[in-house]
Design a binder for this molecule. Structure first.
Ligand SMILES: Nc1ncnc2c1ncn2[C@@H]1O[C@H](COP(=O)(O)OP(=O)(O)OP(=O)(O)O)[C@@H](O)[C@H]1O
Ligand SMILES: [Mg+2]
Length: 385
């Protein structure tokens, strides 16, 4: 058996015996697809164009000549090397085809095994190299985009620091100033009762507290981004229960009526900064909420965590669309997304994994298509203070 990720040979011949002889000669050396009609070969090429490195065809076949078939193969799989097996009597057609660049090699019947073997090996080697070049090109383009993204991120962090600074300061002075206003209003309320004003006054402290926490979170994210861009490390620890509850609050707008979130777990500290943990949880919650799109069921997002002796397992589970098995390996790669432009950039999970792994933890995914997804983080536990 040949590995399935190596380029294969497509051999086309209307003679069943020739097909068997070809398989017997080269089946051990190469991955081979065999077709007995040009129509079958064209259908296979359409389906497996990226897998085929060499197309080798007999010249005389009913309905279509080998040269005609290879001409069509050129449009379907332009990278595949095209070769022909022919009899002396067809020589003129073959020479024309070689001159037009439609055929790169031809073999005269009865073909010589060593000659065909060498040509197939060369053709497949070139196909493999071309495949590698394309892979490396793709990776370079991705790396370049990521580098640019890093610079842009550092710029954004820098620009955020100013407004976030005065937002934090103003929230602090607002809190101080409002104390006087609240005292004054409370006195007035005793003489002239107003339930609306009383309820606004009651809500003010917690609203301001949320504003202050939000502004601080923004500041920490900006600091974190700047530190990352400079290659610095922000060592810290967090209480899982606190961060989960804050992340759920921040995700409220995104989750809204798509799903109900439940949380379950005891307070426990982990060796992972609160800002980073919040960033990771937000990404997971937003992914879970977005996975409810089109499922037609009431969304559920369960966040639960349990502490072992040395680790804490933190799970974000949803009953959304699930992830097909064939892409599960890819979803942690930077820039991999199945979402339309403007909805996803494909960075969420790659950032999550990087942050968690940097802190000595791990990320595990289990997902069933059309049923739901579970992402489990394992984080280092810290002894309670
Ligand atoms: N809970 C989930 N349910 C179903 N699919 C998911 C879930 N989480 C991630 N995915 C799949 O993994 C892909 C990558 O996720 P990731 O968070 O890295 O990027 P994104 O959500 O597409 O974009 P971004 O997070 O950058 O806005 C998603 O496009 C989606 O196909
Ligand atoms: Mg995401």
């Amino acid at each position: 058996m040949q590995p399935t990720d190596l380029p294969a040979v497509l051999y086309v011949d209307d003679d069943a015996l020739n097909l068997r002889v070809f398989e017997a000669n080269f089946g051990q050396r190469f991955r081979i697809f065999r077709c007995s009609t040009p129509a079958e070969a064209l259908a296979l090429l359409e389906q497996k164009r990226s897998e085929i490195g060499v197309v080798l065809s007999d010249q005389r076949m009913p309905g279509m000549t080998g040269v005609e078939l290879l001409e069509r193969a050129r449009t379907l799989a332009p990278d595949a090397k095209r070769m022909l097996v022919t009899a002396y009597s067809d020589m003129q057609a073959v020479i024309d085809a070689v001159n037009r660049g439609q055929v790169s090699r031809y073999f005269v019947k009865p073909w010589d095994r060593a000659e065909v073997l060498a040509a197939l090996e060369d053709g497949l080697k070139i196909a493999r190299l071309e495949l590698r070049i394309r892979e490396v090109e793709g990776r370079m383009m991705k790396a370049e985009r990521l580098a640019t993204l890093g610079q842009v991120t550092a710029g954004i962090a820098h620009e955020l620091m100013g407004p976030v600074g005065y937002l934090t300061q103003n929230v602090a002075s607002l809190r101080r100033d409002l104390e006087g206003v609240v005292q004054y209003c409370s006195k007035h309320l005793a003489e002239d009762a107003s339930p609306e004003v009383a309820s606004v006054l009651e809500d003010l402290p917690s609203l301001l507290q949320d504003l202050a926490t939000g502004a601080d979170h923004l500041r920490q994210v900006a600091l974190g981004l700047r530190a990352q861009a400079r290659g610095e490390d922000m060592e810290a620890s967090a209480d899982v229960a606190e961060v989960v509850s804050f992340a759920v609050k921040l995700a409220r707008a995104e989750v809204r009526d798509r799903a109900r979130i439940t949380t379950m777990g005891e307070p426990v500290r982990v060796s992972f900064g609160p800002v980073k943990l919040c960033q990771v949880l937000l990404n997971l919650i937003v992914n879970a909420a977005q996975a409810m799109e089109g499922t037609g069921r009431t969304g559920r997002i369960d966040i639960r965590w349990t502490a072992g002796d040395d680790d804490v397992s933190l799970i974000v589970a949803d009953n959304g669309c699930g992830i097909p098995e064939e892409i599960q390996e890819k979803i942690f790669q930077p820039l991999f997304t199945t979402k339309p432009v403007g909805v996803g950039t494909g960075l969420g999970l790659s950032i999550c994994k990087e942050l968690v792994v940097q802190a000595g933890g791990s990320v595990k995914l289990s997902s069933v298509k059309d049923q739901g997804t579970e992402v489990m983080l394992t984080l280092q536990k810290l002894p309670s203070p």
